[in-house]
Design a protein around this ligand. Structure first.
Ligand code: C5P
Length: 221
């Protein structure tokens, strides 16, 4: 059967990366986590001391970075200029700054270009915020995956384990704030594409959500 591209968008903590990875595995497709790319740029911006308001300098930095996504069995790893930075992308510091870097047009243009290249040969499951609306508007299957803010915060907090440096309530507030920034930015905001399937995973298991998306995927091939 023909290969298709699958776009999975939605707010923070909706389970997109877990679900997208499992869908890719089931269909033998390649999983692309675009959030990790914005996180990688943010890490480099913070390291370099640039202001997250400086569209031009941050854009130049983003253009010079060699970002490579390596699909793995459990998580995808991210290499920047030859260095594996995967384990450093999930910090609170990056969570708190990434939406400011991601709203810069210069950064988005560069990331979208890289993402389109990765999807050229089809057979990609790509998760993010603007994949269905902007990066891959012709994706054969688009899903907008959401869950209630409390449930999303809860899942993230559980992932952090007993050593979480943040309370559930703080985390929920930070997630709501990140969604607001992502929705209100001018260029390629977080938005459900008109032709996307809306999937609310509140109260659903990961397996149920994956099964639904795989079914839609097979129907579209
Ligand atoms: O998916 P994840 O939570 O890792 O994404 C981190 C941030 O990267 C998002 O809050 C958003 O600001 C940005 N992002 C984006 N467009 C994408 C993917 C992520 O703006 N396609």
């Amino acid at each position: 059967s023909r290969r298709i591209n699958i776009a999975i968008d939605g707010p923070a903590g909706a389970g997109k990366s877990t679900v997208a990875r499992m869908v890719a595995k089931a269909l033998k497709y390649i999983y692309v986590d675009t959030g990790a790319m914005y996180r990688a740029v943010t890490l480099k911006v913070l390291e370099s001391g640039l202001s997250t308001e400086d569209n031009e300098s941050v854009g130049r930095l983003a253009n010079e970075l060699d970002i490579v996504l390596l699909p793995g069995a459990e998580t995808q790893s991210v290499h920047v200029n030859g260095e594996d930075i995967t384990s450093r992308l999930r910090s609170l510091d990056i969570n708190r700054n990434v939406s400011y870097v991601a709203r810069l047009e210069s950064v988005r243009l560069r990331m979208a270009e890289l993402q389109r290249q990765m999807a050229l040969e089809k057979g990609v499951v790509m998760d993010g915020r603007d994949i269905g609306t902007h990066v891959l508007p012709d994706a054969e299957l688009k899903v907008f995956l959401t869950a209630s803010p409390r449930e999303r915060a809860n899942r993230r907090h559980l992932e952090m384990g007993p050593d979480a440096e943040i309370t559930l309530e703080q985390l929920e507030q930070e997630i709501i704030e990140r969604d607001r920034l992502d929705q209100e930015r001018e260029f390629a905001p977080l938005l459900q594409a008109p032709d996307a399937h809306l999937l609310d995973s509140t109260g659903q298991t990961v397996d149920e959500v994956v099964k639904q998306i795989v079914q839609w995927g097979l129907a579209a091939t």
